[in-house]
Design a binder for this molecule. Structure first.
Ligand code: PXG
Length: 461
């Protein structure tokens, strides 16, 4: 396509898109003014838009394309599975090889006590399944009054009614008239924003103790479970202080409530271990996952279920009245199997832990020297920058200035996808990113921070 043709196609697509397509998590008025960017192709860690611009995808799609774009093996497996058996379900005592094989592999790569999986099509459905399963479990044990699930403010667990209620996103709660009953929220372990004069270690304990206080307040006989992401992703890559998870796991054990680790973002190598739970030595009772399970090539999610819960469901229960038409879809499952094989063959997880993760950490930390950056934190291949007005005083910008969103727009104009969560800039690149590409990412981020600073200087003068 020559350039003129591409331009024509872009405006035509934009026009049709604007006329017919309601996008997820999008300000429709703003989109109508600007028009969508149309992504037409991707390879490795790069995207190409319909105007031929190459963009470094610092987000691996939406935190999911762990093995990178353009893997021919994945296309091959999907094509073969579609020809062999494009669809059959796992209801009513049937199964098929891709579901069986994927279940086996997941039992192998997860902790020893996690040997069963319930398949879904997304992370949201995985968390809906968590709600159903947690309540079913306590019911089967003769404690149906144990209903409440404790979660955290600024957590993200998905967009269905149940998952949206579990999450602690105020904007979502404000727009949902009916929230699921029996969900309570406690503080998040976000030291930079909420730590005040406490050291990170002291603050980690304080944030964990909020769980014990909530359980005491509600009564342990009413509390079923605690759910949390090992590291909050969509909330802004909130890496908890080292003291947080040991204290939380201790509290869950002491009170005998279930612990649910939402691994939708942290799972499949993101932290340099297979799961965030392995990194933090959490032994979850339930482990929802999605995204990296298929590296986003096809939609699939699931919940890993501990032996304790699986045995209760099997031995004490009759039918578990829950499931989706596409639970364990054969094509998605086959693609997920191939994804895990690729990760194993190429030692992708170990490479994140020993090589590219430490390299990324060092380079990312350099951005903390920038006058706009109050903190540059990272773990594995997750990174965040706190954009602040005054880094010495830890003074934040007026949210009305939308500094994060403006920085994000500058990034994309300059060939980099970096996501803004309010005034936090976050990245989560594909796990196959090379050192030169990390250099490129950090260099582009630095340039875009300069441009953001320049824009702010010009606005205020
Ligand atoms: N749990 C976690 C921890 C997530 O990050 C979900 C559950 C829901 O998964 P599904 O597959 O239903 O989307 C997620 C999803 C963002 C962004 O902008 C993050 C997610 C999804 C969409 C956008 O950061 N996380």
């Amino acid at each position: 396509m020559n350039n003129a043709n591409t331009q024509a196609a872009t405006s035509e697509w934009q026009e049709l898109d604007s006329r017919h397509h309601l996008h997820p998590f999008t300000d429709y008025k703003a989109l109508k003014r600007k028009g969508s960017r149309i992504i037409v192709r991707a390879e490795g860690v790069y995207l190409w838009d319909s105007d031929g611009n190459r963009i470094l995808d610092g987000m691996a799609g939406l935190w999911c394309v762990n093995i990178g774009y353009g893997r021919r093996e994945m296309a091959q497996v999907a094509s073969e599975q579609i020809q062999q058996l494009p669809y059959y379900n796992n209801f009513f005592q049937t199964t098929h090889p891709p579901s069986v094989e994927l279940s086996r592999m997941l039992s192998e790569i997860t902790q020893q006590h996690l040997n069963h999986v319930f398949f879904t099509c997304s992370g949201s459905e995985a968390n809906d399944t968590v709600v159903r399963m947690v309540r079913r479990y306590w019911d089967l044990l003769g404690q149906p009054e144990k209903q409440i699930i404790i979660s955290r403010y600024n957590a993200y667990h998905g967009s269905t009614v149940a998952a949206g209620t579990l999450g602690g996103m105020q904007a979502m709660h404000d727009q949902s008239v009916v929230l699921l009953p029996g969900v309570e929220h406690i503080m998040q372990p976000h030291w930079y924003e909420e730590g005040g004069d406490l050291s990170p270690e002291q603050f980690g304990i304080k944030a964990a103790r909020a769980l014990a206080e909530k359980i005491e307040q509600l009564g342990v006989d009413k509390v079923a479970a605690f759910i949390a992401e090992p590291i909050q992703g969509a909330g802004g890559v909130i890496i908890p202080p080292e003291t947080y998870w040991p204290e939380v796991t201790k509290i869950c054990a002491e009170y005998g409530i279930l612990l649910v680790a939402d691994e939708v973002i942290c799972g499949f190598g993101r932290t340099g271990e297979w799961f965030g739970s392995d990194y933090y030595e959490i032994a979850p009772d339930l482990m929802p996952m999605a995204k990296g399970l298929s590296s986003g090539y096809l939609p699939i999610g699931g919940v890993m279920v501990s032996d304790k819960i699986a045995e209760t469901l099997v031995d004490k229960g009759g039918e578990f009245a829950h499931g989706f038409t596409y639970s364990g879809h054969p094509v998605a499952a086959a693609v997920a199997v191939e994804n895990i094989k690729i990760m194993q063959r190429e030692n992708i997880v170990t490479r994140v832990r020993d090589e590219i993760g430490p390299y990324f950490k060092k380079k990312w930390a350099e951005l903390e020297a920038h006058p706009l950056v109050g903190e540059a934190r990272s773990l594995g291949l997750l990174g965040a920058l706190e954009l602040v007005k005054d880094k010495n005083e830890r003074e934040f910008f007026d949210p009305k200035l939308e500094v994060g969103n403006r920085c994000r727009d500058i990034c994309i104009e300059n060939g980099l996808v970096m996501r803004a969560v309010a005034d936090k800039m976050v990245v989560s690149p594909s796990l196959i990113i090379q050192k030169e590409q990390v250099d490129e990412l950090v260099e582009l981020a630095g340039k875009c921070l300069d441009l953001t600073q320049h824009m702010l200087d010009n606005t205020s003068s």
